[in-house]
Design a protein around this ligand. Structure first.
Ligand SMILES: *[C@@H]1O[C@H](CO)[C@@H](O)[C@H](O)[C@H]1NC(C)=O
Ligand SMILES: *[C@@H]1O[C@H](CO)[C@@H](O)[C@H](O)[C@H]1NC(C)=O
Ligand SMILES: *[C@@H]1O[C@H](CO)[C@@H](O)[C@H](O)[C@H]1NC(C)=O
Ligand SMILES: *[C@@H]1O[C@H](CO)[C@@H](O)[C@H](O)[C@H]1NC(C)=O
Ligand SMILES: *[C@@H]1O[C@H](CO)[C@@H](O)[C@H](O)[C@H]1NC(C)=O
Length: 491
């Protein structure tokens, strides 16, 4: 036994024995006494564990074998699958089932053979489920999560319920070709799991371009579509891409007229150029039917494009969300910036965007200068070389700095009277089979200092960082003009 351990035990003993020591000490040591093996000198049995014999894996193996051994079984589960003649028979052990599920325990209360009726997808996974009850182990695939969660819920196996929910939260992204997040969202809605709902919504919002082009898109329910379209953080190429996507969704799903109207009214027509607006107004079959329901929005959008925005907002009391840009990836709104080996040193770049989405401003270019520092220290933390503070400052090293990105316009800001620019950074955007994926989104005005934890968890110096793709940081910077009169009107 090490000296440190002995000292620990010694002081522990003292703590308990001497009544005058502080309560704090007693509390702290009591925990230690309870959780560590009893000290030798107080142990009458003398059974100090010198080493641990650990055959828990073998035990799990044995338990697993029990399932295949009908001889020792004391009960039988017959599982009927709805819509099929097939009956699966499991020779089980009541004790093991009862340990995990009080529902199964009560079913076996007065009988030894129980017949269960399960939906097809649950019946297919029943063996997996029973095996989990025996061994506590289970491998899940994305398309098995819902039926497994249903089984866990029906038989009240709380640990498995939690396990599957955690799995879903952490595997929104996984290799299932057809996508599963939409169905998980709908399931979370049904079971009232708000945490999972929120995670699914965020995934869909930030990865919308990818979802739109997948077969999952047409499985989006009416309510989910409405809640998605109300969000300003949707990541899409352009508002027109979104319009085309909902046109496809409507034509495949054929929802009720009130839903179509609601959905069509959440499109931000002002963010679509007048040429494209005119084109869809005249050629879209959907608008041919529903134009009267959105006429006012089209009119307003055309007016927005024909006047200077400052003028426009002076005269019109408008509904704001139509004029709030979403996260558009197209070049007029921003640019991608791939930083290779980002932990190495400071980097800068520049790009141009439109002054604003109104036709009046589209042609006016604004140049932006960007500076990225992997290890930036706020002024208050920088080392100061004077005797009086030398000691306190010594502990601050360059490694303590954190990533920072600053965006400034190359021209004088007086050119932007009445407009300020909201910046949004999408991190981890990349193309995977031609799809775009976003890991994180940050919003700020000039510098990421305004954001609590910009790339705080990114571990940029580690090649294995989740935020790096081939040792590069993939950023996409979006510049959104915000009209001051709009902000005032909103208040
Ligand atoms: C015994 O081994 C299993 C599997 O190797 C491990 O998970 C468990 O923590 C071990 N138990 C102890 C008390 O060391
Ligand atoms: C089950 O019992 C039968 C006869 O009682 C025996 O032949 C067979 O080996 C046993 N099976 C197992 C797996 O123990
Ligand atoms: C066991 O009890 C349940 C309900 O309490 C009843 O439906 C079932 O028929 C009983 N089975 C036997 C074998 O008595
Ligand atoms: C979007 O998809 C990517 C990759 O598929 C994933 O890493 C990221 O977490 C997703 N975004 C959200 C907000 O879930
Ligand atoms: C503004 O738009 C929202 C969402 O489309 C809608 O619910 C609200 O009624 C509109 N307000 C006005 C004043 O038009």
């Amino acid at each position: 036994m090490s000296g440190a351990e002995q000292r620990g035990i010694g002081s522990c003993g003292r703590c308990l024995a001497v009544a005058t020591v502080s309560l704090l000490c007693i509390a702290a040591r009591a925990v230690q006494c309870l959780s560590s093996p009893a000290p030798p000198k107080f142990d009458p049995g003398g059974n100090v564990p010198a080493a641990i014999i650990n055959h828990s894996l073998m035990l799990i193996q044995r338990l697993q074998e029990l399932l295949n051994n009908a001889n020792t079984s004391d009960s039988t589960l017959r599982v009927l699958s709805s819509g099929s003649e097939e009956v699966k028979v499991f020779h089980t052990h009541q004790l093991l089932l009862s340990l995990q599920s009080e529902v199964l325990e009560s079913l076996f209360y007065n009988q030894t053979t129980v017949t269960l009726q399960e939906p097809m997808d649950c019946a297919l996974l029943f063996e997996k489920f029973i095996r989990y009850l025996y061994t506590g182990e289970l491998a899940v695939h994305p398309n098995q999560a819902i039926p497994l969660h249903q089984l866990a819920s029906k038989y009240r196996v709380a640990a498995l319920q939690r396990g599957v929910t955690d799995y879903m939260k952490n595997h929104l992204v996984s290799e299932s070709s057809q996508g599963h997040v939409v169905s998980w969202y709908h399931y979370a809605l049904k079971t009232g799991d708000e945490g999972l709902q929120e995670r699914c919504l965020q995934f869909l919002a930030w990865n919308l371009s990818a979802v739109i082009s997948s077969s999952e898109w047409v499985s989006v329910s009416d309510n989910l579509m409405v809640s998605l379209l109300q969000r300003s953080d949707l990541v899409v190429q352009t508002e027109l891409e979104l319009y085309n996507a909902i046109e496809e969704w409507i034509s495949k799903k054929n929802p009720d007229a009130p839903i179509v109207e609601k959905v069509l009214r959440t499109i931000r027509y002002a963010m679509i150029s007048p040429i494209h607006l005119f084109h869809i107004q005249k050629t879209s079959l959907l608008l041919d039917r529903y134009y009267s329901r959105v006429q006012d929005l089209f009119f307003q959008a055309f007016q927005f494009h024909s006047a200077s925005p400052l003028h426009f907002f002076k005269y019109f009391d408008v509904n704001c969300s139509m004029f709030v840009p979403r996260n558009y990836l197209s070049a007029s709104w921003g640019s991608q910036w791939i930083i290779n080996n980002p932990a190495r040193d400071d980097r800068s770049t520049s790009f141009q965007t439109q002054l604003g989405p109104s036709s009046h401003d589209v042609g006016k270019r604004v140049t932006w200068n960007l500076l990225f520092s992997p290890r930036w220290l706020p002024v208050s933390l920088r080392p100061v070389y004077s005797d009086s503070v030398a000691n306190t400052m010594q502990s601050v090293r360059i490694e303590d700095g954190r990533p920072r990105l600053v965006i400034t316009p190359a021209m004088s800001s007086s050119d932007f009277a009445g407009v300020s620019f909201q910046k949004t950074i999408l991190v981890g955007i990349r193309r995977q089979q031609g799809k775009l994926y976003v890991k994180h989104v940050y919003n700020f005005h000039q510098s990421t200092d305004e954001v609590a934890d910009f790339l705080g968890q990114a571990d940029l110096q580690k090649r294995t960082s989740e935020y790096l793709i081939d040792n590069s940081l993939y950023l996409h910077i979006i510049i959104k003009p915000v009209y001051h009169s709009l902000i005032t009107a909103k208040k």
